[in-house]
Ligand binder design. Structure first.
Ligand code: CU
Length: 163
């Protein structure tokens, strides 16, 4: 009897995870306020930010980004070592099931390394975002003034010269 109940419970669990909104698709992901800070003269790299919401019951994993405006695009975070903020490339960013992740100044960001031309305020930059499971989408990033901080977050990232 006990065994039987366990097996029914397992079957229900399998059914639940195999149907309905369980699967992460591009439609279960929402991309809010994508923006890139305009380049200042001589700037070789740039950073993009956005909020990614995940409406599915499975986590979603951002694994890569790309754009034809830069030699390469990386996913970065900022860590603090001995009071100094440093950027680090990360393999991926996980967006929790039924949750969200915000890429913002001082934290996670999309790093455009080796700009082919400066980002100009008012431009719209298409960026391809790749998620685990072969999901790909193109998000239009708006280029904002160099002074924009995207909601009052501190600007640690951009106080670091040479990057
Ligand atoms: Cu960076």
């Amino acid at each position: 009897m006990k065994l039987g109940l366990t097996s029914i419970a397992c079957t229900l669990l399998l059914l639940t995870s195999g149907f309905a909104t369980a699967q992460t698709t591009i439609d279960t992901l929402t991309f809010s306020d994508p923006w890139i800070r305009a380049s200042v003269p001589g700037q070789k790299n740039g950073a993009g930010y956005l909020e990614i919401s995940n409406q599915s019951t499975q986590p979603a994993t951002l694994t890569a980004a790309n754009s034809d405006r830069a030699d390469r695009v990386e996913i970065h975070t900022i860590i603090r070592e001995g009071g100094v903020a440093k950027m680090r490339e990360v393999e991926q960013i996980e967006v929790p099931a039924d949750g969200k992740v915000t890429l913002q100044p001082g934290g996670y960001h999309i790093m455009f390394v080796g700009l082919k031309q400066p980002f100009k305020e008012g431009e719209t930059i298409p960026v391809n975002l790749n998620f685990a499971g072969g999901l790909v989408t193109t998000v239009q990033f708006k280029v904002m003034a160099p002074t924009f901080t995207g909601g009052g977050q501190p600007m640690q990232h951009h106080m670091m010269k040479g990057h």
